[in-house]
Design a protein around this ligand. Structure first.
Ligand code: SF4
Ligand code: SF4
Length: 198
């Protein structure tokens, strides 16, 4: 037994020297295959995020902050606020993903994240967004949002005018009807007085 082990120990360096034996994984050139359920760095679809901030509120480690980002949908996300994640504090629990009402946040497959300083692993929407609009698309959507807002304001104004006109029309006959009633009341009051004097 001991003899066999000794022979193996002598032959192993010879094998390594003569053949290309993979002793360790050649990371980062060669990555291991990750399982389907791997929870890696989050992926954000900035085209559908509504900026509700639910992900930030439910995060148990308070590592999500809502920040500005230009390449989302101004029709859906009026304040253009998107999540930024501090991966120094994230425990990859996936709660933010589960609670997102529009399913625009998911756990991705990227796991490489290194930096020299803590702030290097705070990743904003620019890093997280796997889907985003171009500057031109955003400008078109903004124009559309302005047009819709102007239409709504005009409709509100018209509705207010119509409401005021209806109110005015309803008050007029009421006033007119009030005058004869007063006269009648006066007459009714006068009659007993006359009778009482006689
Ligand atoms: S995975 Fe968990 S800890 Fe990380 S940002 Fe989402 S809710 Fe917070
Ligand atoms: S990622 Fe989801 S939960 Fe977070 S702000 Fe966007 S829509 Fe809301």
């Amino acid at each position: 037994m001991l003899k066999r082990k000794m022979i193996k120990n002598f032959t192993w360096p010879l094998k390594i020297a003569t053949r290309e034996i993979e002793v360790t994984r050649l990371y980062p050139e060669v990555m291991m295959e990750l399982p389907a359920v791997e929870r890696g760095i989050h992926e954000l679809d900035a085209t559908t995020c509504i900026g509700c901030g639910t992900c930030a509120r439910v995060c148990p480690n308070s590592c999500i902050e809502m920040v500005n980002f230009k390449f989302g949908n101004p029709l859906k996300n009026k304040k253009m606020q998107f999540p930024q994640i501090d991966f120094g504090r994230c425990m990859f629990c996936g709660l933010c993903v589960d609670e997102c009402p529009v399913e625009c946040l998911k756990m991705g497959k990227k796991v490489i994240m290194a930096g020299w300083e803590r702030k290097d692993i705070i990743k904003g929407p620019d890093f997280l967004a796997t889907k985003r609009f171009s500057a031109k698309e955003v400008a078109d959507l903004e124009a559309e949002a302005k047009r819709i807002a102007a239409e709504k304001a005009a409709a509100k104004k018209t509705a207010a005018k119509e409401g005021a006109a209806k109110e005015g029309a309803a008050k007029k006959p009421a006033k007119e009807g009030a005058a004869p009633a007063k006269k009648k009341a006066n007459g009714a009051e006068a009659k007993p007085k006359e009778g009482g004097a006689a």
